[in-house]
Each structure stands twice: as C-alpha cells, then as structure tokens.
Design a protein around this ligand. Sequence first.
Ligand code: PLP
Length: 457
Amino acid sequence: MAVAPERIKAGAPVDRATHIAPSMPSHQSDWASAFLASQLPREIAHVLGGPYHVLYPEQISANVRGFHDAFQASGVDGVIYFGKKANKGACVVRACAEAGAGVDVASVGEFVGALAGGVRGANIMVTGPSKSDELLWLAARHGATVAIDGLDELARVRALSERASVDQPVSVVLRLLPDGVVSRFGMTDEEVTRAVANLPLAGPISLRGFSFHLGGYDAAPRITLARHAIDWCLCAQAAGHRADLVSIGGGFAVDYVPADAWNRFRDEYSDAWFHGSAPALNDSYPYHCAKPGPVMLREIADELASVLRRNKIQLAIEPGRALLDQAGCSVFRVQGTKTRETPTGPYDIITVDGTSLSLSEQWFNSEYLPDPTLWPPEAGESTPTTVGAATCLESDLLSRRRIPLPRRAKVGDLLIYPNTAGYQMDSNESSFHELPIPPKVVLHNTTHGLAWTLDKG
Ligand SMILES: *Cc1c(COP(=O)(O)O)cnc(C)c1O
C-alpha cells in the first residue's frame, strides 16, 4: 500500500500523488518506435475510421528464431508449436510457417486457419479437452498429432481413425495431469498406465509421447514434470511404442516493463490509484520477468539435454504469448474527455472509440499495465488519466488506473497500447453494441520504410 499504517496513525497528510498510478513504461522494439515516429498511426486511423490493431510478423519470425537458438545452444532436438489462441491474425500463422514453427490448435477454425497459413498437418498439434469428432477427423486426415485428454477420447480416436481411411496411424501424445495440481485437463498416472497397456502396437494409433501444460511461469515445475514425462516415454518404449516426444506446453513469460517499474507497482500497490474499484493485484500478470521466453527454455533444455539426447527424445514447446512478444500494438482514437476531482487532485476520464474487449486483460479482474502512448507527442503537463470504452457499461474501462500521461489528451488524439499481440488484442473481441471488431493491420519493412496492408484473416 502506498500509505504505511504508521503514517495514517500519526495523522500525516495523505501523499498528494496517491490518486495517480505510477508509470509503467513498456519495452519497445525498433519497428514500434519507427511506427510511432511516422505519420502512419494517423493515416491508418483516417483510412479505417475506427480502432485497429497492428501486427509486425517479422518480429514473430525473430521470436521463433530465439526459441530455436535456445534449443540449439542446449543441444536439444526441439520443436515449436505456436499456441494459436493467443492471436487470430492470419499473418501470425503465416509467419510461423515461414519460420519453421508448427501450430497448436484446439478447434476446427484454428485447424483450418493453420492449414490456410501454410502450416502442414504434420506440424499441427491438437490440444484441448474432449475434442469434437470433426476436429479429430481433420487431425487424422492431415497427419496432425492429437494430445489425448482422457481415456474416452482415446477410444473415440481409435474408432474414428479406423474409419478415416488414412494410410498412416494417428499420432497421439497423452496429456498428463500433474500430481497435486487441481485441473480439469489431462490424465492421472493410473489412466495413463491403462492407456499405454491397452494400445496395440500396430493399430490405428501411434503413441508419439506425452505432454502437459502448466499454469505459472517457472522453469522448476516444468523440469520436474518433463522428467516424469521422459520416464513415461521410456516405459512406453520398453513396451514397444515409439514414444519419443515430450511436450512441455506453454507458459513462457513475456517481459513487458523494467524490473523497477513492476516492483514499485507491486510493492506500493494502492486502491487509490484507480477510478472505481481496483483490480486484484493477485490476479495480475507478472509484467516484469527476469527469464522471459527463450531464457527459460534454455534453463529447462540445459537441465534435460543429456537424458533427452541419450534416449533420442524430442522436446516440444507450445508458446503462445511469448512468440508474440513485441509483435503488435492497438490503436484507439480519443473521442471525449472530462475532468473529475478527488481529495488529492483532479484527473481526466477519456473515452476512446473501442472497448476493453479489444484489451482482454480487463476481463480477468486484472488490468493491462504497460502504459499507452498518447499520440502525437506534444509538450504539455502530466495528467492522470483513466481510459473508458465507448459503451454503456460502467465497468468497461481499458485502464481503470489513472495513468500519468505526459500531457492532457484531447479529442482526435490517438492512444496506442504497446505489445498487445499476445492475448490482449483479440481473444475476447465481440461486436458488443454493434461496434465493428477492429481490423488488423500488417506492417512490413520495405526499402521505403514501413508499409501496411490489412490482415487476410
Ligand atoms: C494456452 C495454451 C498454450 C499457450 O500458453 P501461453 O501461456 O500463451 O504460452 C499452450 N498449450 C496449451 C495446451 C494451452 O492451452
């Protein structure tokens, strides 16, 4: 809390700054700096006449390279499946296909999107609970790998693959339910034992290996569970199965803001920083991470390298958010401003032309914390500002906290949220209020600087 209990008891005046949240400056990549320094934000807003998202696929290729490099440095045979739910952009799967990453899908729509982007069936992993027959049939037809979530699903895949008239068995991994974890996903050790024992060696199903996906962003539990999955591989191999793949899922963290900004926000967290009710700090994403994406992969892969190599086991990862780090931003136009008083000073409430459905974090009792850029940059006086949506819902705010914007926002300015490609921009979008869903703009570097087109999704 910003005000220590001793100070309250002593009757000290409340810090004049308490109604203003601290600044959370975002890390920013070169393309984003070039975009903000150009006239493109205004030109594109003018053409599209509403909010829009920006994607920069070259960053995604660079992020794929980062993970590939980590595998290589550890001497591990690794494979990447992009967790597609993190972004629906067609250019994203295209970038994955070009950079040599597969895609992890959980619906027919995602499967078709992956194929349409040029990802081959053999490079698709199908996860999710009790998948539809249609999705399983597509997986069988296209030679994708299915992460089996339960014994009943395994039986369905068996029945279905016999009917799918494919010339190769359907490749499956068994998803493990980690010991001591409360989850509706995965299979207990007992269920896995039964599955392995009952799978015929030369049937319509080929046991490729084992998988899991954990919450949290730490290497240690992933290393522990990966060892357990490797043991399962050895056990299944001894029974004659192929079992040479372990997928450790996603959960590779993104480093959004520098350590000092995040630590200050977390340590001095105050309800007084927010318009209306404050989100729960406990539910917040950890916006600073000392070991982002490929750094954590390196730590995990180094630990497992010798046992993986000795047993010729491939290590798969399914990063969603981390493959999209720095790959996009979201642009809104200011369409109204008002000023409100608090006991410790005034702040502005601005309304932008979009909704918090285009900045998903708000829907997890949380808040997307990297500061937006008020565009264009102009001189002015720092103004604490809350950002509301263009809807009739009281709780629909893009930023409840009073962000210290460098100047007062005015109608027609743009407000650009950074680094939104991973989950923020489109996972919850809907045409609520019959507002159109913001289009996605794809930026490319050309010899004449940045050029843009619309995403084909
Ligand atoms: C969501 C999900 C992912 C991606 O998670 P991130 O935290 O975005 O890396 C990977 N695998 C599975 C099974 C998932 O459900």
